[in-house]
Design a protein around this ligand. Sequence first.
Ligand code: URA
Length: 246
Amino acid sequence: MSENEIRLQKAIAQSGVTSRRKAEQLIEQGRVKVNGVTVTELGIKVSKSDKIEVDQIPINKEPVVHYLLYKPRGVISSVSDEKGRKVVTELIPDSEVRIYPVGRLDYDTSGLLLLTNDGELAQLLMHPSHQIPKVYVAKVKGIPSKELINQLKKGVRSKGELLKATKVKLLSVDHAKNTAIIELTLHEGKNRQVRRMLEAINHPVIKLKRERYGFLNLKGLQPGGYRELTAHEVNQLRDEALKSKK
Ligand code: URA
């Protein structure tokens, strides 16, 4: 490979359209053209002078954007839904480029969700070995004992997986309603992790919200509200992910 040539999927990811893995899928789906010719093979090499298009749109025309969304409950963390339910990208109508969520929050979970077209950053943030701390606040049924709270830090088993929180705090209890509010900090991002952990100690979630993602929080936003990240925040996020290497 000459010095100025890189693999097609890498060129697409670097332009910020999507992650490298998704770029491979786009190529295989026949959605990528190089100099006007559809390419479905992985691994061909391209240089700066090649004209690359994804779905007929030249890739290097897209600016890289990063949004922080306060996802409301009742919205899917995806770019489309076969059942026609509302998806998170619809909440950011003024994005002129195709963006996608970094990881996911469940349909019924509210809170902080990042959306971007920055494939490299998204891949870094989602990588299991670079998980930055995420803080969740859960309202649960019943009032968990100290022992159970400690168990969440030691780890609980769910469907053959050991799930752990790095910090757990009991924030408040409502004896009359028999509910409690718990704050959990996770360095992992397994599917439905908080719900499964609290289910495993028999205190199922009533309501769940992600309050923080690394140093980022929801200050100044209402559910459904969003803002762009500053260049400084993007750099800080990248640094934090690189530092939290497991
Ligand atoms: N854990 C969950 O159970 N759900 C989410 O949406 C995020 C973390």
